[in-house]
Design a protein around this ligand. Structure first.
Ligand SMILES: N[C@@H](CCC(=O)N[C@@H](CS)C(=O)NCC(=O)O)C(=O)O
Length: 204
């Protein structure tokens, strides 16, 4: 297998952390998305959606989308389990991951795309008001996530799962591109963030 990766981007980091949790070491190749390398005809032949991560399988075929790659790796190496063991747990983890992805992760990406100078050249038109709107929504979502974490060790329940990976990557990327800050008053979020960030996989 080979992972088409870009170290500074959040989506491939989700896959790197997922693989690290499973003890999988996957050779990788950097695709400099900032200089448009994920949009060349050669790369579009690998992933017509134009982005990383992409996993090249041993038979030469390609899988894109971080969640799809995670599912493939989970089936390949079921333990430690990160996607749920029984139908109820699987659905609960999916429910939480989608909440994080749709309500927080996508907002962070949009606040970045519409508000950050680094993203200006890569989008037709930056709409600064939209970036502002998303930043406000992010503040609300972080407060909500803080409340939801009360009485629960991890995002989807009592153990570390893919929902924690997506949430941590979202927060780290949001901080890196300055579209969010962690509020020290959000004690549950801070407690959870310290725990997930101190896992060795977090440096993947
Ligand atoms: N939904 C995709 C998102 C992939 C994606 O947008 N990747 C970004 C990096 S986080 C990228 O490669 N962008 C390059 C580009 O759009 O040219 C996933 O979860 O894998």
């Amino acid at each position: 297998m080979k992972l088409y990766d870009f170290t500074r981007a959040p989506s491939p980091r989700r896959v790197r952390i997922f693989a690290a949790e499973k003890g999988l070491s996957i050779p990788s190749e950097q695709v400099d998305i900032l200089s448009g390398k994920a949009r060349t005809p050669e790369f579009l032949a690998i992933n017509p959606a134009g982005g990383v991560p992409v996993l090249q399988l041993d038979d030469g075929s390609y899988l894109a989308e971080s969640d799809a790659i995670a599912l493939y790796l989970e089936r390949l190496k079921p333990e430690p389990n990160l996607l749920g063991r029984d139908p109820r747990e699987q659905a609960t983890i999916l429910m939480w991951e989608r909440r994080i992805e749709l309500n927080l992760y996508i907002r962070v990406l949009q606040a970045f795309q519409h508000g950050h100078p680094l993203a200006a050249a890569r989008i037709k038109k930056q709409i600064k008001d939209y970036a502002e709107f998303q930043r406000d929504a992010i503040v609300e979502q972080l407060a909500w996530t803080n409340q939801q974490l009360a009485g629960r060790e991890f995002v989807a329940g009592p153990r570390f799962t893919i929902a924690d990976i997506t949430a941590m990557v979202t927060i780290d990327f949001g901080r890196q591109v300055e579209v969010l800050k962690l509020d020290p008053a959000h004690r549950e979020l801070a407690r959870w963030y310290d725990a997930v960030s101190s896992r060795s996989s977090a440096s993947a």
